[in-house]
Every structure is written in structure tokens, then in C-alpha cells.
Design a protein around this ligand. Structure first.
Ligand SMILES: CC(C)(COP(=O)(O)OP(=O)(O)OC[C@H]1O[C@@H](n2cnc3c(N)ncnc32)[C@H](O)[C@@H]1OP(=O)(O)O)[C@@H](O)C(=O)NCCC(=O)NCCS
Length: 159
């Protein structure tokens, strides 16, 4: 039976373009998930949590501190793209982070990443730019764009 780390790595290895060196190693994922405040979620082909032992079509990983949470990675297996699974994962991330008490969410992406559409549709806004942050691409250094979104604290009394 596949454990969750296996399920994340199966998507990771298929999803990221090696040209940018963005895929994390198994060790990096394992170490991050062992840190306090780290979270992940898995999605099947309907965007829902997969049955125990079934392969995942996508995943997300995040790290929270106090009232902020950062989306570290989001990926959908190339075979399953363009069907709304990425959107469903992002929506689940927003909800779950809010229920953990986050009021502000962040993520960072390479400037040319088509995932930008996904983030804008989910209500994230561009709030910053780090010049030449990604240096591994074949086509020269690329800026990192920071996106943020305010959410209601799912634990607060007014909700
Ligand atoms: C980004 C990613 C997770 C999107 O997954 P997905 O399941 O295909 O996303 P959706 O089907 O929900 O797409 C949502 C919107 O994003 C846009 N979009 C997403 N990926 C796109 C791509 N590769 N090219 C063009 N548009 C894309 C589409 O416009 C789509 O909107 P539409 O359905 O109204 O046309 C997936 O392409 C992926 O795993 N990419 C590689 C990993 C990566 O770069 N992750 C982000 C940085 S960590």
C-alpha cells in the first residue's frame, strides 16, 4: 500500500519541469512535513481526498506560523490537468488553512508560470516581486512573484 509520502512523490516526479529544478526530493518533503506547522493534502481525480492506498492525482504542501500560512507546493499529475483538480486543491487549501486559524495566505511562483491564472481565479493578489530569484532555468534568471490572499479565520467567533 502506498503511504502519503509515496503518493506525493509520484505526483512530484511527474509534475515539475526539470528545466526549472522545482521538484523537491523525498528527503526535502519528509523533513518539511516533520516540522511543526506543516500540512499537506492529497486529491484524487475529483479533487477529493483519495481512498486509502489509492494513488493521488495531485497534492499541496504548506507551512503555517501564527496567523499566516504559505503554500509551498501545488501540483497535479500531467495526465489529470485541465479538469479543475488544481482549483479544487487550492480551494481546499484555503478552507483548511482558515480552519487552522490563518488569516493571510501566501505563495510564491516563477514569473512565467501559467499557474498564475489559477491563483488569480482563487482570489490571490500580486503583492511582491523578488528579482532574479530563480536561477536554474535554461532561459536565464526569472523573478519570483509573491501572491497573498486574506481569509476569514475559521476559528473566530464572527464566522
Ligand atoms: C498548476 C497546476 C497545479 C494546475 O493544475 P490543473 O488541475 O490543471 O488546474 P485547473 O484544471 O484547476 O486549471 C485552472 C486554471 O488554470 C489555468 N491553467 C492551469 N495550468 C495551466 C497551464 N499549464 N497552462 C495554461 N493554463 C493553465 C487554466 O486557465 C485553468 O482555467 P480554466 O479551467 O478556466 O481554463 C498544474 O498545471 C501543475 O501541476 N503544474 C506543475 C507544477 C507547478 O508549476 N505548480 C505551481 C508552482 S508550485
Amino acid at each position: 500500500m502506498m503511504d502519503d509520502l509515496d503518493r506525493i512523490m509520484a505526483v512530484m516526479q511527474a509534475a515539475f519541469d526539470p528545466a526549472y529544478g522545482e521538484a523537491w526530493t523525498r528527503r526535502q518533503v519528509e523533513d518539511t512535513l516533520a516540522m511543526p506547522g506543516s500540512h499537506y493534502l492529497l486529491a484524487d481525480e475529483n479533487g477529493l481526498p483519495p481512498a486509502p492506498g489509492a494513488a493521488a492525482a495531485g497534492f499541496a504542501m504548506s507551512r503555517g506560523a501564527v496567523d499566516e500560512e504559505e503554500l509551498l507546493l501545488i501540483a497535479v499529475h500531467p495526465q489529470y490537468r485541465g479538469r479543475g483538480i488544481g482549483t479544487a486543491i487550492l480551494e481546499r487549501f484555503v478552507k483548511e488553512a482558515a480552519s487552522r486559524g490563518a488569516t493571510r495566505l501566501f505563495l510564491e511562483m516563477r514569473e512565467t508560470n501559467p499557474a498564475e491564472v489559477l491563483y488569480l481565479q482563487a482570489g490571490f493578489e500580486k503583492v511582491g516581486r523578488r528579482r532574479n530569484y530563480y536561477r536554474q532555468g535554461y532561459d536565464g534568471p526569472i523573478d519570483a512573484i509573491t501572491f497573498a490572499k486574506r481569509v476569514k479565520d475559521g476559528n473566530s467567533a464572527e464566522n
